[in-house]
Design a protein around this ligand. Structure first.
Ligand code: GAR
Length: 220
């Protein structure tokens, strides 16, 4: 059974595109029902429209409060019978009320190995700190920013000559691999949250959403 999924974006939408492409594959357990952006000019909206997916641009600035904005987003998701929500570069903080309404049915991708480096300017901070391994994380969303039970992580090497941009690109490539796999696990019901940790249905599932760094040469 294919789970109807909504994606929230704010910009480029490359993770959204990766999810849309994955969902076209045979037997993929999620179907992208709607893409919603809080930014009317988000590039990702065009891609979704061209892929024949319903889109909605809901300008957060046109609403008096966070709650009022989220109310419209929530109504749009429900209108499309959405069961799962993926945040894909959605750069608005969500209220506890919204998050609780979608508890354990809303996931996010973040370009670091959480709980390290939450927030913004991640790759600059990683490079400046001289960290050797970075990566990305898919997690269930909680009201605290970039927090919540971890579903999947990919490790990515930080190379000596990296800039924030070169590292961002390498991490992004791993995000595009990881997010579709993580959504597959959630949509298949192969992961669940117990005492705020993700529990996997079987040993095969347990090792699926984990990547280790590749050596220089096959990482770019
Ligand atoms: C991605 O790197 C994503 O992990 C990050 O924003 C970028 C969006 O790119 N998200 C966060 O930092 C959330 N805290 P995209 O629009 O091309 O998917």
């Amino acid at each position: 059974m294919s789970r109807k999924t909504g994606i929230l974006i704010s910009g480029r939408g490359s993770n959204m595109s990766a999810l849309i492409e994955a969902a076209k594959g045979p037997g993929y357990p999620a179907e992208i029902a709607v893409v919603i952006s809080n930014n009317l000019d988000a590039e990702g909206l065009k891609y979704a429209e061209e892929a024949g997916i319903a889109t909605a641009a809901i300008d957060h600035r046109a609403h008096d409060s966070r709650e009022a904005f989220e109310h419209v987003v929530d109504a749009e998701l429900r209108e499309h019978n959405v069961e799962l929500v993926c945040l894909a570069g959605f750069m608005r903080l969500l209220t506890a009320e919204f998050v609780d309404g979608w508890r354990d049915r809303i996931i996010n991708i973040h370009p670091s190995l959480l709980p390290a480096y939450p927030g913004v300017s991640i790759h600059e901070r990683v490079v400046n700190d001289g960290v050797r391994i970075s990566g990305c994380t898919v997690h269930f969303v909680r009201a605290e920013m970039d927090m919540g039970p971890i579903i999947a992580q990919a490790a990515v090497p930080v190379l000596p000559d990296d800039t924030a941009d070169t590292l961002a690109q390498r991490v992004l490539t791993s995000e595009h691999r990881l997010y579709p796999q993580a959504l597959r696990l959630v949509a298949d019901g192969r992961v669940r949250v117990v005492h705020e940790r993700v529990v996997f249905a079987d040993p095969e599932t347990e090792s699926a959403p984990l990547y280790v760094p590749a050596l220089r040469g096959n990482t770019r």
